[in-house]
Ligand binder design. Structure first.
Ligand SMILES: [Mg+2]
Length: 166
């Protein structure tokens, strides 16, 4: 696997696209999430360069669906229990025809470990749980919700440009 071959980015939400804090209303619903504008802009650059993106989240929130729609992310899998993340990931690979080795998965917590082990390039955000950082091929400098996804996309895009020029 070279990082330059990565063409599919699979993102956890809580703690990766957000800082991991949950704000619940009195019904236990989560109407709002806080996303970083740098991550959104980078996801758009990634898609414009021909990259594929999916969201894989254990929780379910309309805010995630809205953010995904805004960024043109069609593959959004929410409410996926930790023990089903691996199977859902397999489904995404089958649907896109992309090899697991060409996938970058970004996670922050223990439920992400099986998916990280399946993918060619496993990334942990700076404030991920220690076992997740140990399992990662790369640990970002920026924490989840603060541009960590943008950091990874910039790295991947730089390397794929470098590979084309080499
Ligand atoms: Mg998470």
């Amino acid at each position: 696997m070279t990082r330059a071959a990565i063409r599919f980015l699979i993102l956890d939400v809580d703690g990766v696209l957000t800082d991991g804090r949950l704000t619940l209303d009195r019904e236990g619903k989560e109407p709002c999430k806080t996303f970083h504008v740098h991550d959104g802009a980078a996801i758009q650059r990634w898609r414009a360069s021909g990259g594929t993106v999916a969201i894989l989240s254990g929780r379910r929130s309309d805010a995630v669906a809205a953010r995904a729609a805004e960024l043109g992310i069609a593959r959004v899998r929410q409410g996926v229990p930790a023990d089903e993340k691996g199977a859902v990931l397999e489904g995404l690979l089958a649907e896109t025809g992309i090899d697991a080795l060409d996938v970058c998965y970004i996670g922050d917590d223990l439920p992400d470990l099986p998916a990280m082990a399946q993918c060619g390039f496993a990334v942990a955000v700076a404030d991920a749980a220690p076992p997740v950082k140990r399992a990662a091929n790369y640990v970002t400098r920026r924490p989840g919700g603060h541009g960590a996804v943008a950091e990874v996309i910039d790295l991947l895009l730089q390397e794929s440009v470098g590979a084309r020029q080499a």
